[in-house]
Design a protein around this ligand. Structure first.
Ligand code: COA
Length: 171
């Protein structure tokens, strides 16, 4: 099997606008109207869970960012957005980014990851539907998914997802 020549690195300040352009290309510039963006507004991303994927020429092929948020009173990682350049899709780059973030989140002491996305894609990483976790409307509840970083971490966690407008620590 051919090895992917992709270098992963934590996103730096110098990457910011290039990453924004890739998100605009993959999602359209209207992406910030999505309800999940209300949870990110004026909240600092989790710097050690924001990664870039570059090819050997240094071209940005993929990007992932994560934010903290609460489900009820429980702090969790909100994974995404994740985007891969249209010319590099299907090579496993998003998979590399997602596995890296999952690893890092676990190392940093987080127990739970939340995202809004397609189950047929994210189930391969172990994400499962969350019942009783309410994203800001309008969000299709079937797209609200969670990953347990410790045994049964999402059991008995429910409630409204709300913005982390204070400084929260991994839990
Ligand atoms: C979704 C996305 C990040 C996947 O990136 P990628 O690097 O191509 O993903 P990978 O190479 O790791 O995985 C590709 C596989 O996932 C599948 N896949 C991709 N998106 C999927 C989806 N929405 N539902 C089901 N399967 C999906 C592909 O068909 C492919 O399947 P295969 O392995 O059987 O060939 C990329 O397509 C993208 O940037 N899309 C636009 C932005 C977006 O929708 N982001 C995700 C929502 S937060």
């Amino acid at each position: 099997m051919q090895r992917l020549s992709i270098t992963l690195a934590i996103e730096s300040a110098a990457d910011y606008w290039e990453a924004e352009a890739l998100y605009d290309l993959c999602f359209s510039p209207g992406r910030t109207a999505l309800s999940s963006y209300r949870l990110r507004e004026d909240v600092a991303p989790l710097a050690d869970l924001c990664w870039t994927a570059r090819d050997p020429d240094g071209v940005l092929a993929g990007v992932i960012r994560c934010w903290p948020c609460y489900v009820g009173d429980t702090p969790v990682v909100l994974l995404g957005p994740v985007a891969v350049h249209p010319t590099r899709q299907g090579e496993g780059i998003a998979g590399l980014l997602i596995y890296r973030v999952v690893d890092m989140a676990q190392q940093k002491g987080w127990s739970r990851i939340l995202l809004v996305g397609d189950l047929p894609y994210y189930s391969r990483f172990g994400f499962h539907p969350l019942t009783g976790v309410e994203m800001p409307p309008p969000t299709n509840p079937d797209r609200v998914l969670g990953l347990d970083l410790s045994k049964a971490a999402w059991d008995r966690i429910s409630g409204a997802v709300r913005k982390a407008d204070d400084c929260i620590s991994p839990q």
